[in-house]
Design a protein around this ligand. Structure first.
Ligand SMILES: [Zn+2]
Length: 283
């Protein structure tokens, strides 16, 4: 009896997280849940696919109600479902394989400080490193992570970190945090934006146009604010990733004398040795 009582208290206890009335009601997740069968085994499949073996880390965050989208675990699973099933084109198809193969089974749900959606932490000794992903309350409850689609993109973003791609430009971008040097680097922001662009243009399951528009907004925001060297690209609702000048780009021209024509089309001209290193030419 005492054991049962203690277990009951542990499962139902909510962590004391400041910063929001909690748990806030579902706004967008219920637009996605009709696609899948959370109570009928799909959630178990996701649980296994993503190796969330240490289930008790979700205690207090919805462990006893994984299909309740008011709670962090339900929202995490909803995001993982998007990553797994939203579509098959491009990164929609490859993203979840990539995540499944690289993500550690250590996910730690925490309160967090509302400034980040997730982070990858490397615990290293002299001999080896172990990795875990920290998921704060903001992952479920804060803009822009409020949408299941963006949560999927964040998981892919973290996967890129686990695979060895740190933010190589530190604070050298408009956001002053999570900065990658260039699109060419193909870091975490690149992965995130590529997935969002494919989601926006090609997903079978989007939930609603509201979710698509939020994805478009954050993809373009990060395209502009998360790179040290301008990408010259933007995400279009129907065409995906295109040059930011389109549809009003100048016709092809030649680079001024003494400058390199990085992409052979006269648009990306620069001066100096290795100046083309940070220029993306498509493909
Ligand atoms: Zn990052």
């Amino acid at each position: 009896m005492i054991v049962a009582l203690v277990a009951g208290v542990a499962v139902n206890a909510q962590p004391q997280c400041s910063g929001v009335g909690w748990p806030p009601p579902d706004l967008l997740d219920s637009q996605v849940t009709p696609y899948w069968n959370c109570n009928g085994g799909d959630s178990l499949q996701l649980w296994n696919d993503f190796q969330l073996y240490r289930g008790n880390q979700w205690v207090g965050y919805g462990y006893d109600r994984p299909c309740d989208m008011d709670w962090p675990l339900g929202r995490a699973l909803n995001g993982l479902w998007m990553l797994r099933h939203a579509g098959t084109a491009g990164f929609l198809g490859s993203g979840w394989w990539y995540a499944q193969n690289h993500l550690p089974d250590n996910w730690d749900q925490t309160c967090g400080d509302w400034t980040y959606a997730a982070r990858t932490i490397f615990d290293c000794t002299f001999f080896w490193c172990t990795t875990h992903i920290e998921i704060p309350m903001a992952f479920a409850y804060s803009e822009p992570w409020l949408t299941p689609a963006y949560r999927a993109a964040v998981v892919l973003h973290e996967t890129r970190h686990v695979d060895g791609y740190d933010h190589d430009a530190g604070d050298q971008c408009a956001d002053l945090v999570s900065c990658d040097s260039s699109w060419q680097y193909q870091g975490a922001n690149y992965m995130e934006i590529r997935w969002l662009a494919d989601f926006i243009t090609s997903a079978y399951y989007v939930g609603s146009e509201d979710i698509v528009n939020r994805a478009l907004l954050i993809a373009n925001q990060h395209m502009v604010r998360r790179f040290e060297y301008g990408t010259g690209l933007r995400v279009d609702r129907f065409q995906g990733i295109i040059r930011s000048c389109e549809p009003n780009c100048d016709p092809p021209h030649e680079c001024p004398t003494g400058e390199q024509d990085c992409c052979g089309d006269g648009y990306s001209c620069c001066r100096g040795p290795n100046c083309c290193e940070h220029v993306y030419c498509g493909g």
